[in-house]
Design a protein around this ligand. Structure first.
Ligand code: CUA
Length: 394
């Protein structure tokens, strides 16, 4: 009697837990506070995946129900009654049933074979592209770098970080590479995930079908700040994208405010060894222009005496909307999410200051081992000047 009651309680509890889980999943679809949801497609490839997920879940659900029904039926039908006598009221003992064994081997094999047809079809479909833009995506500890060759002449003309910008409706061929360890590139609204492996190039096609900022997260354990190694894909209408390319392929205006000029000098002495800024100063020497060199494969022609290659290119820092591996917004309020070529809003100076004051309090890093931003022990005046300069980089 007690066993029956316990079984009933266990059944009800698991039903409640499963219902809550399902409710949480459905409720969070499209919730901007929970952006890593593969069930809210905004890209051609994820629509393909989503359309495969539905029949697969349906079939898996039917199998689950059939198996559960069988288990419950057998438990009730063959349960031991309290007046059963051991050794007398035993069920007939059998060994082996060829028909059943062949059946439960063939039926799942058949189900999997049918699913495989649609699976392979989807895999082939999401690898297709037509007249794509190529973007080299380079995993770094712990942020993402993006390199564009916008005029297809074999030279890189845009190097940016954290936020990859693409035109809506155009196929983008992401060529994933890594500068250190294995990372994994994943922006669930657009496509599935793919590893970025040192020494290899993996290709992922991404086609955003509506303007927006879609968030992602590194999904291969890559050290201290793996958990906050985020990325964003900003999909712009073609005209806005063209504006973005124009802005990104020109150098930022020289600062005019005295505080920003002081910040620029400080940048040259403190930051420029690791961080690239094109056209840093008119007289800057050596000329900071590695991004204009031919660069058929990552690392080949980059002059390592200019920068460390381990730090984000800051030429157009304020053209993106987040920094520090997409952990912190660069703008206050709505400007942090606005889908325009050139973000227009009030910079969030306090985030930049917190970062410059003590980077490791923002995210865990290991600068002694060339992993992440060191603490430069800057004074508050210096931090003020640097931020005044950084917010001019548009
Ligand atoms: Cu990069 Cu985890």
């Amino acid at each position: 009697m007690r066993n029956k009651r316990n079984a009933a309680i266990a059944g009800v509890v698991s039903l409640v837990v499963m219902t809550i889980c399902l409710w949480l999943i459905v409720r969070n679809i499209g919730d901007p506070a929970m952006p890593l949801n593969t069930l809210a497609p905004a890209g051609t490839q994820n629509w393909e995946i989503f359309n495969l997920v539905k029949p697969v879940f349906l079939i898996a659900g039917l199998v689950f129900l059939a198996v559960e029904a069988g288990v419950i039926w057998m438990a009730v039908r063959f349960k031991r009654n309290k007046d059963d006598v051991d050794g007398v009221d035993e069920p007939t003992q059998t060994h082996g049933n060829t028909t059943l064994e062949i059946g439960w081997t063939l039926v799942p094999a058949l189900v999997l074979a049918i699913l495989a047809v649609f699976n392979v079809k989807t895999v082939l479909e999401i690898e297709k592209s037509e007249n794509p833009i190529e973007v080299r995506v380079i995993g770094q500890q712990w942020w993402w770098e993006y390199r564009y060759d916008t005029n297809n002449d074999g030279t890189v003309d845009i190097i940016t970080a954290t936020q990859v910008v693409v035109p809506v409706g155009r196929d983008v061929k992401m060529k994933l590479q890594s500068n250190d360890v294995i990372h994994s590139f994943w922006i669930p609204a657009i496509n599935g995930k793919l590893d970025a492996v040192p020494g290899r190039t993996h290709t992922l096609i991404m086609t955003a079908d509506k303007p927006g900022i879609y968030q992602g997260q590194c999904t291969e354990y890559c050290g201290l700040s793996h958990g906050v190694m985020r990325m964003e894909l900003k999909a712009l209408p073609q005209a806005e994208y063209d504006k973005w390319v124009d802005a990104m392929t020109s150098v930022p205006d020289q600062p005019t405010d005295p505080k920003a000029i002081a910040g620029q000098e400080l940048f040259v002495s403190q930051c420029a060894r690791c961080h690239q800024v094109d056209g840093l100063t008119p007289e800057s020497s050596p000329p900071f222009k590695y991004s204009k060199l031919p660069d058929p494969e990552y690392g080949q022609t980059v002059d390592s005496t200019l920068t460390s290659k381990n730090a984000p290119n800051l030429t157009h820092l304020m053209m993106r909307q987040t920094f520090a591996g997409s952990l912190l917004p660069l703008y206050q309020g709505k400007a942090a999410e606005s889908v325009t070529a050139v973000p227009d809003g009030v910079p969030d100076r306090s985030n930049l200051k917190d970062w410059l004051r003590d980077p490791e309090s923002v995210k865990p890093m290991n600068p002694e081992n060339n992993q992440g931003m060191p603490n430069l022990q800057l004074s508050e005046t210096q931090i003020d000047q640097l931020v005044a300069y950084l917010v001019t980089l548009k």
